[in-house]
Design a protein around this ligand. Sequence first.
Ligand code: UDP
Length: 499
Amino acid sequence: MASPDQGNKKLRILLIPFFATSHIGPFTDLAVHLAAARPDAIEATVVVSTANASVVRSVLARRHADNKAVRVATYPFPAVDGLPPGVENLSTVTAADAWRITVATFDEAQVRPRQESLVRELSPDAIITDMHFVWNAAVAADLGVPCVTFQVIGVFATKAITDLQSSSRAGLLRDTITGGAVALPRLEGEGGPEILIPETELPEFMRSQEILDTSVMDRITSNAARCFGRAVNTFLDLERGYCEAFATSLKPGPTYFVGPLALSPAGGRAEAAEKVGGSSPCIDWLGRMPSRSVLFLCFGSLTHFTDAQLVELALGLEDSGKPFLWVVRDDTWVPPKGWVERVGERGMLFKGWAPQTEILEHPAVGAFVTHCGWNSVLETVSAGVPVLTWPMDFEQFIIERLLTEVLAIGERLFPEGAGVRSTRREEHDLVSADVVARAVARFMEPGGGGDVARGRVKELSARARGAMAEGGASHNDLKRLIDDLMQARTERSRSKLMA
Ligand code: UDP
């Protein structure tokens, strides 16, 4: 029986991300935005496995979010054969352990009861779930509350993957591959040549169907179809035609384009940068470099380079003659003998977790070498920094096409025809020091590719800020999401009272 004062209680929204930092980040950002939009009326809680609570807290700290505004609740991660206790995040494991986490995620018998008992205890008014947790539409339906999926990658890549998957299911993917490549969707009326992607650059799970049981994809699709709606971390002006095609193809149910969420509510980023300024050696070093002179290199939370590739990259950066700030995740890696001395003050090698969003917003940064992870894409677009692309895995080669062939905000670091690129490391050619040096020198040259792309990305940056500002498209969609969830609660209370 609903209490008569239910309408005055805060709307309790649970946000449930997958076990990876690059999912927990945007889910936490979404929680921050929801809570900031209606502090008096919304209680947002990020629900993660125990060891991932610290990831949520560090995002909250970086965003200077009030800890009371966004809560964190934890459930136990299941015991997984071969996985040491406390290892619960794709971003902090070896490639073999990453696979164990992915497989465990889809083990409904293991994960669902642990997650669901916490969800029931927290008694939410709405659930916002990662698509990996394929049972949440059913859990929400049982509780009588709406379930919204939240997609942490944009619609260009999602649409490409779903289109290719339907061809694959219909047995057509083989037929679609001509000369070893498949065509990605260009929109009707959109100019430009066909966007082709070689089979070797398709996400691994599409290349070897046996790796992830195809039924997993079916479970993801049918869970999504049972949801109330979907939110996506993108903004209309970034993927406009694709957003429209995506929303139309997925009707019924509303679609909310709410990004880029790493931009703080009410333009708080500048303030955040000020507070962070001076606290990181990267920011201190950037402070000594001329405006737009530095190439920033950071490859996300999951990428592992071979030692041979790290050496080529180091030598290429040295030979380019351009200033660089290079983030290497493996803090045991040692550059070639004499490299540090030869590079001197021109380059900074940073080992560990760098403050990427603050770095991208620093005036000394002129370009970004990115692996094309979606969060990095949104962050560089928000900051107005052009890119050199170096995709490696998952949907990154598809996103590269959006950046270089649709938006034209950067260039490929490893040019077409220079060798085999592949989502399988063993197939991928080493990117030589020479290729790195030439691409970097050309792109960073005054009047070079970087300057040309900068004009376009600056324009998108202004539009990203506009989208997130009061009255902007993403801000309006966030409000629409809140209104729809409030409305669903009102209807639920009404029908309970009438029952
Ligand atoms: N990131 C960071 N510091 C690092 C490495 C990564 O802050 O040293 C952040 C980056 O800003 C982004 C996220 O980690 O928000 C990486 O997500 P992305 O989708 O780009 O790549 P993934 O980790 O999924 O490959």
